[in-house]
Design a protein around this ligand. Structure first.
Ligand code: DUC
Ligand code: ZN
Ligand code: ZN
Ligand code: ZN
Length: 479
């Protein structure tokens, strides 16, 4: 048996903050006991409570005095190795999950892609092949549905049964991932029956493509025009439409990467009506803005993603939505493309810049900074970054909390350490940082994945292949 005791830290979950020692056996959390009590001290001494001698193979004791002991982060939105715009996201499952661990994330849910004309199964098999044996931390899959037809709808039932319980559809990207309203309605009706959760990329892509064409015809080719054509109103309109379609279908809805305050208002209204409508935002929308898209010398391309960054005034509404639970989850939409050779594909035409930002390594720290800055409480930090994504996507309480029976995915977090974010020191396979130079209070010190040390006192001690595929149950967050 392998055992670990984490001693003397402040254990923070979505619901509690307690000074407790955590006992881990064979990859699972077995018990918590108030620090300094005889029960807790007995673990550290390697004795049972009955005073038996130290057992063979007694594992490590991690001193977490003065530190936080938090659940490993659950990033429910990543795109490792995603083919996009004639290139491919630069993090593999190996580099991306290692970077995630460095940043205190111990589970990712990545998006397998159905290509038009192919089956869901083909897409899912392809993503399993990319991930298997390569991940440092546990992983699961959502399925991007690009081609809704009778066969696809039947396959959705099978996927839900085998643990792929959420399906992304796109109201944007006509000709690539796009679904029309009829296809969306059919997929929603199916998920109302089989328990699946539709995740929506809510932007009116048909209208956006008209605006793109008109902007380029006017010679507006710089990255900042990406933000201008992908209008907040067209995010709000699509969000509204998706909510109504879900209501007609009687299905729950999860809107991904919400960036516009007008879209938050749509979600808030639907939730006030009692609908099972949920919203996710991402660190880039909370910390970055159209000012970044306007950076000179094509540097703005580093910040091209969809939905796009918005003017700064949207940020306050996103923070408010996170506090009022009109937004429930912060994921990264991690989809990195190098500036050199990838973002540069869009020089002279912003519509050819591959869409996506790196961030899987930065999320837990940025949200801790939000605690320091007073935007959210410590428990809300854990709720939006660990517990709710685990619940939303059917992995709780195995993932997302520190409790007896849970996987021992645990982060020892130093809330007082100071760091400066930089591409020079990050571990993502991308040649820039979206948060270059940002000062952050707080830093990951040690990370356990199912009890195994992946990061130990800021050294990588994990291995590719430790991470296991995690089938999921259906959404555990419904009204
Ligand atoms: N948005 C991005 O920024 N990248 C990948 C796909 C998406 O919807
Ligand atoms: Zn095929
Ligand atoms: Zn999207
Ligand atoms: Zn995405």
């Amino acid at each position: 048996m392998s055992r670990t005791v984490i001693r003397g830290g402040l254990v923070i979950t979505a619901s509690d903050e307690i000074h407790a020692d955590v006992l881990i056996e064979d990859g699972r959390i077995v018990a918590l006991a108030a620090s300094g009590t005889p029960a807790a001290d007995a673990w550290t001494a390697g004795r049972s409570e009955t005073g038996a001698p130290p057992s063979e193979g007694w594992g490590r004791v991690i001193d977490a005095t003065g530190k936080y002991v938090i659940p490993g982060g659950v990033d429910a939105h990543t795109h490792m190795e995603l083919p996009f715009g004639g290139t491919s996201a630069s993090d593999t499952f190996e580099t991306g999950t290692r970077a995630a661990a460095w940043g205190g994330t111990t589970t990712i849910v990545d998006f397998a892609v159905q290509s038009v004309g192919h089956t869901l199964r083909e897409g899912l098999d392809a993503w399993h092949a990319k991930a298997e044996g390569n991940c440092a931390i546990d992983y699961a899959f959502h399925m991007i549905v690009s081609d809704v037809n009778q066969e696809t709808l039947k396959e959705m039932d099978l996927l839900v049964e085998e643990g792929v319980t959420s399906f992304k559809q796109f109201m944007a990207y006509p000709g690539v991932f796009y679904s029309d309203d009829g296809q969306i309605l059919r997929a929603m009706q199916r998920s109302a029956e089989n328990g699946g959760l539709i995740m929506m990329h809510a932007e009116n892509g048909i209208a956006i493509d008209v605006l793109v064409e008109q902007a380029l015809a006017r010679g507006e080719t710089d990255p900042r025009y990406h933000g201008e054509v992908r209008k907040a109103l067209l995010e709000a309109e699509a969000t509204h439409r998706a909510i109504k379609l879900a209501q007609v279908a009687g299905a729950p809805l999860y809107v991904v990467h919400v960036s516009a305050m007008e879209a938050v208002a749509e979600l808030a209204r639907a939730r006030d009506e009692g609908l099972n409508v949920f919203g996710e935002t991402c660190p880039q929308y909370l910390f970055l803005s159209t000012d970044n898209l306007a950076e000179p010398d094509f540097e703005g391309s580093k910040y091209v993603c969809s939905t796009p960054l918005r003017p700064k005034e949207h940020q306050a509404k996103l923070w408010q939505g996170l506090r009022t639970n009109d937004l429930q989850v912060v994921s990264t939409d991690h989809c990195p493309f190098c500036f050199v050779g990838q973002k540069e594909l869009g020089r002279g035409d912003f519509s050819k810049i591959p869409n996506g930002l790196p961030g899987v390594e930065n999320r837990m720290d940025l949200l801790h900074q939000a605690v320091v800055d007073g935007h959210i409480s410590r428990r809300r930090w854990i709720e939006i970054a660990c517990a709710t994504p685990a619940r939303m996507f059917g992995m709780y309480p195995k993932k997302g909390t520190i409790a007896p029976g849970a996987d021992a995915d645990v982060v020892i977090y130093d809330p007082h350490a100071e760091q400066t974010v930089s591409a020079a020191t990050h571990h993502m396979n991308v040649d820039y940082s979206a948060y270059e130079g940002k000062r952050i209070t707080g830093r990951v010190e040690t990370v356990l994945s199912r009890g195994e040390p992946v990061i130990t006192d800021r050294e990588y001690t994990g291995r590719a292949g430790h991470g296991a595929y995690t089938p999921r149950s259906t959404c555990q967050y419904l009204n």
